[in-house]
Ligand binder design. Structure first.
Ligand SMILES: Cc1cc2nc3c(=O)[nH]c(=O)nc-3n(C[C@H](O)[C@H](O)[C@H](O)COP(=O)(O)OP(=O)(O)OC[C@H]3O[C@@H](n4cnc5c(N)ncnc54)[C@H](O)[C@@H]3O)c2cc1C
Length: 458
């Protein structure tokens, strides 16, 4: 990008704020700076804000990608002081005060970096070919393709063992995303698809949720974890706690529980465990000396800035904020939003010559959904489960969806699904839309006369 081009709106007198990332942290910062006497540039490598909390619903065919994505240019169009740029920041130069783009650079007076995290395979990056994680729209579409293609393959498979492998869904990680995925797949198998196939009984699908700790939803209180486990089991999910994934292969996952290894034949493994910081975390460390935690997140000062660099801020999931409570703040949307708003307030105050108190996160509670009419909500002073919790989850998600259009379409879609128990967006898409099924067909995998292959763990 040619800087002189992107800088054409700059009037040199105004304070230049560059925000990298238009996720919850970056977007809320930009929105809160809308009327401030500053020039804001929001740089994101995607042209849309993604409402990640509902990604699992794209992955399981409830809503479509556009329903949870909002074009950044549209969301920020009323902010006359803001320019949105589709680009990727690859480096920063804190001494010259500029961010580096693949084909240019951009100066700043104040910089906020909010590029988030992605999933982590704990040193086994090759597992991602067999066990996709969930972070982007593309990830969600890949999961959707694999989930619905598995039922299609099972329908054509005459060998009972292989059919069961197609009908076995293993989800690694019993945090909120793993729980949501497991619950939604169980609802697909036991509800939406039940009457649509002729050979298979979709209710025979095994949905196995693997968690290394002794309970699912570890950030929640033990009674809410127990309730979530009971609700998932009612939906038909098998939960294996204190169980570690030790290997992932194309058609099997190996797990260890109390020193016993077991190979589970499956064609669908979904990864919902662990996060690692965006690559800009390492760049920040190298350029400023800022400390990183084990996941590569940047340890920030009480005002979210970097030690020795008061004009560089890290907000959202990429930041490790260790100044409140025993543990760093969790990587959730409300933390990112409040950090974004705090950053905006700090900039306004600084420009007026004032200071602000250190950042304080106000925790209004946590919500995790299990399935229709089932969720767990911890508001601190009260814990909710069942239908009331589910309604609270529904309203919170509709409320925080960015655009009115999205609120409306998702609400209508959910309303329709509620009564029909349908899953309308269950398309198997992508160039490789048949994927493994086509490969198997070519190799005669569906030939019932052939002897059963041993599932091999590589
Ligand atoms: C599947 C899933 C489910 C979740 N469910 C919940 C939930 O139910 N409740 C909850 O509170 N939180 C949930 N979260 C967490 C929540 O989404 C995050 O905490 C939040 O998105 C963090 O916001 P952020 O701004 O730090 O990063 P993000 O929202 O991840 O945004 C980062 C942005 O930076 C951009 N970017 C990255 N690198 C670059 C670069 N080099 N140059 C330019 N742009 C770049 C990306 O394109 C992206 O737009 C979930 C997350 C996931 C993945």
């Amino acid at each position: 990008m040619n800087v002189s081009m992107v800088d054409r709106h700059n009037s040199q007198s105004q304070h230049r704020v560059v925000i990298v990332g238009g996720g919850f942290g970056g977007l809320y910062a930009a929105q809160a700076l809308g009327r401030a006497p500053v020039e804001v540039k929001v740089i994101d490598k995607r042209n849309f804000h993604l409402f990640q909390p509902l990604l699992y619903q794209v992955a399981t065919g409830t809503v479509s990608p556009a329903d949870i994505s909002s074009p950044l240019r549209l969301v920020l169009r009323k902010n006359q002081n803001t320019q949105v740029l589709l680009d990727e920041v690859v480096d920063i130069d804190p001494d010259e005060k500029k961010v580096i783009l693949p084909d240019g650079e951009m100066p700043y007076d104040t910089l906020a970096i909010a590029t988030g995290v992605s999933h982590h395979y704990f040193g086994n990056d090759h597992w991602k070919n067999y066990a996709p994680g969930l972070k982007t729209i593309e990830d969600a579409l890949e999961m959707r393709r694999r989930i619905f293609a598995a039922f299609e393959a099972a329908e054509k498979e005459s060998n009972p063992q292989r059919r069961q492998a197609w009908l076995t869904f293993v989800i690694a990680g019993g945090g909120p995303t793993g729980v949501e995925l497991a619950g939604a797949i169980a609802e697909i198998a036991h509800g939406a698809l039940k009457k649509d196939f002729r050979t298979i009984d979709t209710t025979a699908a095994k949905i196995i949720l693997i968690e290394g700790l002794d309970r699912i939803l570890p950030p929640y209180s033990p009674d809410l974890s127990a309730r979530a486990q009971a609700d998932l089991e009612k939906l038909g999910v098998t939960i294996r706690t204190q169980t570690l994934v030790t290997n992932v292969a194309e058609n099997a996952v190996t797990v260890r529980h109390e020193n016993q290894e077991e190979v589970i034949p499956t064609e669908t493994i979904l990864w919902a465990a662990g996060v690692k910081a965006s690559p800009l975390g390492k760049v920040i460390h190298e350029r400023t000396g800022a400390e990183l935690d084990r996941a590569g997140r940047v340890i920030v000062e009480p005002d979210l800035s970097l030690a020795n660099y008061p004009d560089i801020f890290v907000i959202g999931d990429l930041a490790n904020f260790p100044h409140q409570g025993d543990r760093p703040l969790p990587g959730v949307a409300p933390v990112a939003m409040q950090e974004g708003q705090y950053f905006a307030k700090l900039i306004r105050k600084r420009l007026q010559g004032d200071t602000v108190a250190p950042f304080r996160y106000v925790d209004y509670g946590s919500l995790a959904v299990i399935g229709q009419n089932s969720a767990v909500v911890d508001l601190g002073f009260v814990k909710l489960t069942g239908v009331i919790a589910w309604l609270a989850w529904v309203f919170a998600h509709i409320y925080y969806l960015i655009e009115f259009d999205n609120k409306l379409t998702v609400m209508l879609q959910w309303g329709w699904n509620y009564f029909t128990r349908g899953r309308g967006a269950r398309l198997i898409t992508g160039e490789d839309s048949l994927g493994k099924i086509a490969q198997r067909m070519k190799s005669g995998y569906y030939d019932a006369e052939k002897p059963t292959e041993q599932v091999e763990v590589r």
